[in-house]
Ligand binder design. Sequence first.
Ligand code: ZN
Ligand code: ZN
Length: 427
Amino acid sequence: MTITANGREYRLPVEPTVVFTVDGGDPEYFADALTRGIMPRLAGMLDEGGEYRIGASEMPSLTNPNNLSIVTGAPPALHGVPGNYCRLEDGSLQLLNDPKFLRCPSIHAVLEQAGVPTLMVTTKEKLRRLLGNGGVPSVSVELAAEHGLPEYGIGDLQDLVGRPAPGIYDWDASHYAMRIGIAAFRACPRLRLLYISLTDRVQHAVAPGEELSDRFFTEFDTLLGEYLDAGFVVGITADHGMNAKHKPDGSPNVHYLLDILDAASVPVHEVVLPITDPYVKHHGALGSFAWIHVDDEHRDTARAVIAALPGIEEVWTRADAITVYEHPADRIGDLAVTAAADIALGRRAADHDLSGLHGALRSHGGRHEQPVPLITSRPVHGPLADRYHANVLRSRDIHDLVLNHVGAASEPIGRAESVAATGNRGR
Ligand code: ZN
Ligand code: ZN
């Protein structure tokens, strides 16, 4: 039996299925961890038929647009959230955290309405409100003390997990989201589709191989093992990657676009940084993507000034960005700017308080954080297999992969076409 969500067909899950979105889970972290043997359960999963390929996240490579694309299977043009933050047509600046901004339902909401027991667990409350839209039972680590899951007969989340919830900036806040998911399943084994969205606090702070990163991925691996042992079909992806954006002396490597446009006497309405969110300690609102709102008569001048800066990679007009990035026209700027992997874009230097940053600036938002892992616990077969194996799928295809294109033991589809792609970890 299948349902249709946003023009794509999904099979109702027979087995318990979980998708993990590792916030800022750049493929480098996984490659490094597998090479050094610190993720034995993931390695075992891949050796036993699971597969690891690379796919692309949405642009800008930010949390909200990508979590929404992953749970809807649709681009930002359809779900309506091209950033964490934007300037609307009336000139107001808005954090895109409110479900009123959503323009299509999630796969989970459609499945839930079809009678499939679903669960969303986020680390950040801002995401829970978006992802839980449409009647999906949802909880966040940030408000674990206040949440229950009455739909599933669960009163107190901290009692369920058996330990108090960490703070949102604690290194193991993400793991608590994973603990909530597996504990909820044990309490309510009829759950069939879980979506667990982590936070990138650790990835903003440390590179692959650093002690805190190892601790994060070791713990992730242990908890992944609990899901595998419980019989879950597993999909793992990321909302975006992560890159260092600082100079050798540790200071942030930033073009402050409003300062630069002022110095060139180009009048603009606003420079909008769509990475902006309430969690400023992660990145100080500095990423590698910006929108410039400017009148038509000054647009080409602004474009020329910005394009001439070192490390600017793309400057698209609104009309082009709609197609290139699959963006909704009414929630983006007149110019869309991306920067090189090691360069961040700011508004005015005076606007950015970097005193709360955890160490030197590591961030995301541009093209260089688009590659993300697409990992499944079973061999991929069927119509998506060729594109999956060629590393050209998108993170928004992960639910299509785990619901439709991996072998489900109790309800096989096209098992005959399944290829023996065991142990593949290729990039
Ligand atoms: Zn993110
Ligand atoms: Zn981030």
